[in-house]
Design a protein around this ligand. Sequence first.
Ligand code: NAG
Ligand code: NAG
Ligand code: NAG
Length: 325
Amino acid sequence: MDSLRCVLLVLCFQNYWNWLQTLEEVALRFVVLADWGGVPFPPYYTPHEEAVAAEVDRLAQTGGVDFILSLGDHFYFSGVKNAEDPRFKHTFERVFSQPSLLDIPWYLIAGNHDHKGNISAQMAYSDTSHRWNYPGLYYDLQFTAPHTNVSLSILMIDTVVLCGNTDDQTQPSGPENPRDAEQHWNWIRSKLASSKSDYVVVAGHYPVWSIGNHGPTSCLVDRLRPLLKKYRVTVYLCGHDHNLQFIREDDGSSYVVSGSGAVSDPATTHRNSVPLSWQLYSSPVNHTAGGLTYLQVNEHQMTVTFKQTDGKCVYQAELPARQHV
Ligand SMILES: *[C@@H]1O[C@H](CO)[C@@H](O)[C@H](O)[C@H]1NC(C)=O
Ligand SMILES: *[C@@H]1O[C@H](CO)[C@@H](O)[C@H](O)[C@H]1NC(C)=O
Ligand SMILES: *[C@@H]1O[C@H](CO)[C@@H](O)[C@H](O)[C@H]1NC(C)=O
């Protein structure tokens, strides 16, 4: 009798568990990281980077993580030399090493520091690591939320190709190869014009808007921002400034900065470069610590959650699906 009850209980629990899992799978869930590239001397990572990895592990084991977007500056200060560079081990593999993370795909695009080294080597590393996906300087990703028809397009763009490199404190100096830059702008325009997805995300390294040390990138304010509005992009994601920010313009266009992968920078240098009413949250102004951004997508909305490395949710925003015309 007791053993029968036990079997029934197990069956029941199994069904309940399956049902819970189905509910969870109805959302697509991903983490946005940038600027986690450690330091160029032993131990080649920072304590903050380790804490970020621990928080991604926690999310993978609780809410679930389907993939990770990594938006540049993977290796401070000058990228890697070749695909065998030990920095892949020291700054990436040994830090994001928790068992729950080993099968989660990373999709990467380069930052200004990566471009100071060998970008082909970062792409070539895709053949060495099954979780490292960097197929080209820029590319797009298509996802469908499990058990739904809810579609998400992500344009991974290279803002250094578009705007040029920087010596860290200044605005990017203009594209190194203007023809490549124009080709990239045309690619962005045509991808956005043809997308019918319920959610469209554009992700690059430099910010459009930011209140931090680097501030807004005029090249992107001038040329990318009008495209984001025209094609009703759900959100622009970036790094470069080493903090967390959520900025929303009066017309609803939304901007996330998630660049505190290696450090948490308290600077508010460009607080006056962004209209105050658009600054809904930032880790320095709101006196919270940096960490990561976690996005969940279902048929009703995209939920953007900013998390400190101790797992605390410090800000949350909900973004609607694009209106279908
Ligand atoms: C860049 O990395 C690739 C892949 O490891 C290598 O074949 C190439 O020689 C490297 N380029 C330079 C300039 O070192
Ligand atoms: C997805 O779309 C197909 C074709 O329009 C439809 O048959 C199906 O029921 C939809 N599935 C869900 C979960 O909405
Ligand atoms: C963050 O700080 C700004 C400016 O002080 C304030 O207006 C806003 O309400 C704060 N937001 C949160 C989420 O604490």
